[in-house]
Design a protein around this ligand. Structure first.
Ligand code: SF4
Length: 496
């Protein structure tokens, strides 16, 4: 019985007082002895399974011989693997990529941790580690690959202090420098929830590129994950070819797949996989100006039904402010080809600080002329983020969503109150994670302001000195973001 279960790689994982089934080819390799790490993801288990960062850390820790057990917000302070309490480990690692997850991190650690050292890593904390330093002891800046071997050495030598003083680690006492990995072999084994459905289906995550070569002035991922790196096609193919059921799709992870030199060959491999095994492909949003008919046709052949595009704006002045945007002609030629291949379109648009309703209406009208009123449109206010040129822009206030809501049938808007809170956390100059109440975003902002933890008036204005405390870490090109940010400010003044 035990043997059959091992061969199938299907296990039970514990979520509070119930059990779910999981496919997990990694658990056989997990060390049963030695120092232990609790790996926490601040969201439910089925969501954690679709985080590349979480999957990667889990696999890297196991590959480095570290005993690791997973924790999620629905695991009640006990590990998924064995129900081990959180405080029984030598170290807690937190995967933190989104500012609105910080309150979950703060409350989980407050409830279940009893004095174990905590290190966080991920996109948003690399950009600005300060807001979370009241909940964790340290933040590691940059990629996980160079960090995990150092972590292993520290754990086995019992010298965690040496780890905390290493160059890529930030604490309340010291700044840090981002570490960047070369892209080696892709993740070849991943766990998959079986009895609960992950949000994007039963997908295997394949990271094809990391970073982005473009300089869109609002984009946290683009700026913090620089430089752009590509994974060798043969390495990627090797991984894809061994993906089998229970996985039902390949989810491509790439900020700008259209820039991958082997994008066509990669998509052709996904088409083969669909034909041979019935496993469909899925790709993320692709930059409008990197698309051509070959790519669009291949996307339709991998089984994808909708192509996501993010033109952001079709108004040249807004495009100049954002560092991204396309003409109606360019977008129309892409959309015509997309429709020719029977794909639906989802378009992401952005509204800039203090944008007037007439300008939003003009942008919505231009988009409608190209995509039609039945297209799915997602409208987002600009959320200023650290280490981007637009980190100095005012946080959203009075965002004019109305023209989009009136002109399109299917519209998602990102709520202004969440955008404001997200921006304020992201740009915090002192630790704030313990004061956050995600259910009451506006009240939380007022409270943070009255406690002197943020300055709301300042956040709602331009802040042009580019001398914020997170910029003392080495994450990007400080001079370049200041130069581009000041250029955007001049454009903003001329159009609004
Ligand atoms: S918006 Fe897209 S293309 Fe622009 S920097 Fe970000 S990831 Fe790259």
């Amino acid at each position: 019985m035990k043997k059959a279960k091992r061969a199938s790689k299907v296990r039970k994982v514990r979520l509070c007082d119930k059990y779910e089934l999981e496919y997990n080819p990694l658990m056989d390799y997990m060390s049963k002895r030695g120092p232990g790490v609790a790996l926490f993801f601040p969201a439910p288990y089925k969501v954690a399974a679709q985080s590349l960062g979480y999957q990667l850390l889990y696999a890297l820790l196991i590959a480095n011989g570290i005993r690791v057990e997973r924790f999620t917000t629905d695991s009640c302070g006990r590990s998924l693997e064995r129900g081990t309490p959180l405080h029984k480990f030598d170290l807690i690692l937190v995967s933190a990529s989104f500012e609105l997850d910080y309150p979950h991190i703060a409350s989980y650690l407050e409830k279940y941790n009893k004095g174990v050292k905590v290190i966080a890593g991920g996109l948003s904390v690399t950009a600005n580690p300060i807001p979370i330093l009241d909940s964790v002891d340290a933040v590691v800046l940059g990629d996980a690959e160079p960090f995990v071997p150092k972590l292993r050495d520290a754990l086995f030598s019992g010298d965690l202090e040496a780890l905390l003083s290493s160059e890529s680690v930030v604490t309340k006492e010291k700044c840090g420098k981002k570490e960047v990995a070369e892209l080696g072999p892709a993740l070849a084994k991943e766990f998959l929830p079986l009895s609960v459905e992950p949000p994007w289906g039963k997908g295997f995550l394949v990271e094809v590129t990391r970073g982005c070569k473009w300089f869109c002035k609002f984009c946290l991922e683009g700026w913090v994950n620089k430089p752009f790196r590509e994974r060798d096609l043969e390495t990627v193919k090797e991984v894809i070819r061994q993906v089998n059921k229970p996985f039902e799709k390949i989810i491509t992870i790439s900020l700008s797949l259209g820039d991958y030199r082997k994008v066509k060959e990669y998509l052709e491999e996904l088409v083969r996989l669909k034909e041979e095994k019935g496993i469909i492909g899925s790709i993320p949003s692709i930059r409008v100006d990197t698309l051509n008919e070959d790519i669009i046709e291949l996307v339709s052949m991998i089984g994808q039904k909708t192509l996501t595009l993010a033109p952001e704006t079709l108004i040249p002045e807004k495009a100049s402010f954002l560092g991204k945007g396309f003409s109606q002609e360019i977008l129309k030629s892409v959309i015509d080809t997309v429709r020719k291949h029977k794909l639906k379109v989802k378009a992401y648009m952005m509204l800039i600080p203090s944008e007037r309703e007439e300008m939003a209406a003009e942008d919505a009208e231009r988009l409608k002329e190209v995509v039609g009123k039945d297209a799915h449109v997602s409208v987002n206010p600009l959320i200023p983020k650290p280490w981007t040129p637009l980190q100095s822009a005012p946080i959203p206030k009075g965002v004019p969503f109305k023209p989009f809501l009136e002109k399109f049938k299917y519209v998602d808007v990102y709520p202004e109150s969440w955008a404001r809170l997200q921006a304020a956390i992201s740009l915090a100059k002192v630790p704030v994670s313990k004061y956050l109440n995600i259910k009451k975003p506006e009240e939380t902002l007022i409270e943070l302001n009255s406690k002197g933890l943020i300055n709301l008036k300042d956040l709602e204005s331009w802040r042009l000195d580019y001398d914020e405390p997170w910029l003392y870490n080495e994450v990007g090109d400080r001079g370049l973001i200041a130069k581009l940010g000041l250029e955007s400010y001049e454009v903003w003044k001329s159009i609004l």
